[in-house]
Write a new protein. Structure first.
Length: 429
């Protein structure tokens, strides 16, 4: 049984333990006009295996609309970095009775102890003790808030019975802390969330959308501490990784151990190869990293999770995918060639960029088209950027087709994506 740790963040808010976070400010619109990367690598061989066909519509559909002038467009999406200030410790009842060492790097940490399995004894806060700097006291004496699973359930938080959550007070200083529980029996998960810690672990996969059979690079590093943290002296307020282990998990439950090795700039990296035998299932693949580091002689533990999509390579763009068809009435239509390996409903989308009066390139119209395609030769899907939408944008040609994307709607996944697909479309200014 694995308990998702972000529940502790919810718990902190539900129990009024942490201040509310402010909304991030929205920056100015940003438009991709640089180099021409291929976002998703082209598969060498298409998947042709028969699949269970869902009840998908076979009728073609095409739509387009003008892109608002303030719309933020990024044709080269950056990979998502999950940042974590939390970690997990698995312990037996005997270990918890003797005491489990919990390294802390900040004050005000939140600790949750949960029994695993029906035969494990519940955790009673009255039986918990905390030993810090040679002083052993009842946990209730050094905690700002103590909440049982039953109390949190009444407050609306889904949590299993028998759990206890503590928000440690300022008297529990950073360093090695030992937590023990009299009467512990069975198996337990000790979860530690350090919202005030300067040390956060970042976990990133190089691409959010991937094709089965191709490696995915994963990297782990400590995020530089934010300004204002005074827990450690400035000379010590930097953590260095010493060991990272990991697990890759597929949507169908398959998993394997991931071996991380030291990389550049203090990072640890791994290359994972999701097997095609477990691809094609709906849902995201997960990568879990468990890290140990040091900061000013202090142990820093962190656990982070991230997710990415894996799809079977059932189709791809043809070698020269875009062919201009017509610009009748100042509209722009293009045929996008698709090579199909397995029958499915495929969708092609793209953004047509035009020029302002002073020559600046801006997104003008978004278009998408979908159709049911059978295996065989290259089949075109037509994208039509309507004259009405172009007129509404106020932008002029020559146009560029950007962010060209191919999706398999049966897999709900992106098969291929290009930042720039064609230039010089439509009439000039």
């Amino acid at each position: 049984m694995r308990i998702q740790f972000p529940n502790l963040v919810t718990l902190a808010v539900a129990a009024c333990l942490l201040p509310a976070a402010g909304l991030a400010a929205t920056g100015p619109a940003r438009y991709a006009t640089g180099p021409v990367p291929v976002i998703t690598a082209v598969p060498g061989q298409l998947a042709t295996a028969e699949r269970v066909h869902l009840a998908l519509d076979h009728a073609p559909v095409a739509v387009s609309w003008a892109v608002p002038a303030t719309q933020r467009i990024d044709s080269s999406p950056r990979p998502y970095r999950q940042v974590s200030r939390q970690y997990l410790i698995n312990a037996t009842g005997a270990e918890l009775q003797r005491g489990v060492d919990v390294p802390l790097t900040a004050v005000g940490d939140i600790v949750r102890i949960s029994p695993l399995g029906a035969t494990s004894a519940a955790v009673d806060a009255a039986h918990l003790q905390i030993e810090s700097r040679g002083r052993k006291v009842d946990a209730t004496q050094v905690s700002q808030v103590v909440a049982s699973g039953r109390q949190l359930a009444k407050a609306g938080m889904p949590i299993q019975g028998g759990s206890t959550v503590l928000k440690l007070g300022a008297s529990v200083q950073p360093g090695r802390v030992r937590i023990s529980a009299a009467g512990a029996r069975g198996r337990y998960l000790v979860q530690v969330y350090e919202p005030q810690s300067p040390f956060a672990l970042g976990l990133v996969a190089e691409r959010g959308n991937n094709v089965a059979g191709q490696p995915v690079q994963v990297s782990v590093t400590f995020v530089p501490p934010a300004a204002g943290h005074a827990t450690f002296a400035p000379s010590a307020a930097r953590a260095n990784l010493e060991q990272v282990t990991g697990v890759l998990q597929a949507p169908d439950g398959w998993s394997e151990t991931v071996n991380f090795a030291p990389g550049a700039h203090g990072s640890y990296v791994a290359s994972v190869m999701p097997p095609a035998a477990h691809a094609g299932e709906r849902g995201l693949w997960e990568i879990h990293a468990f890290a140990r580091g040091q900061a000013g002689g202090q142990t820093v533990l962190r656990e982070a999770d991230n997710a990415f999509a894996i799809v079977l390579p059932t189709a791809r763009f043809s070698r020269a995918p875009v062919r201009a068809v017509t610009h009748a009435g100042q509209g722009v239509s293009v045929d996008v060639g698709v090579e199909v390996g397995a029958a499915s409903r495929y969708a092609v989308s793209g953004v047509l960029y035009g020029h302002t009066a002073n020559g600046q390139l801006r997104p003008a119209v978004y278009a998408q088209a979908a159709d049911w395609l059978e295996p065989g030769r290259s089949v075109p899907i037509r994208l039509t950027f309507s004259a009405t939408a172009l007129a509404r944008s106020g932008l002029k040609g020559p146009f560029e087709l950007r962010d060209l994307t191919l999706e398999d709607q049966m897999q709900l996944g992106v098969l291929q994506r290009q930042a720039l697909a064609a230039r010089g479309l439509g009439p000039g200014r």
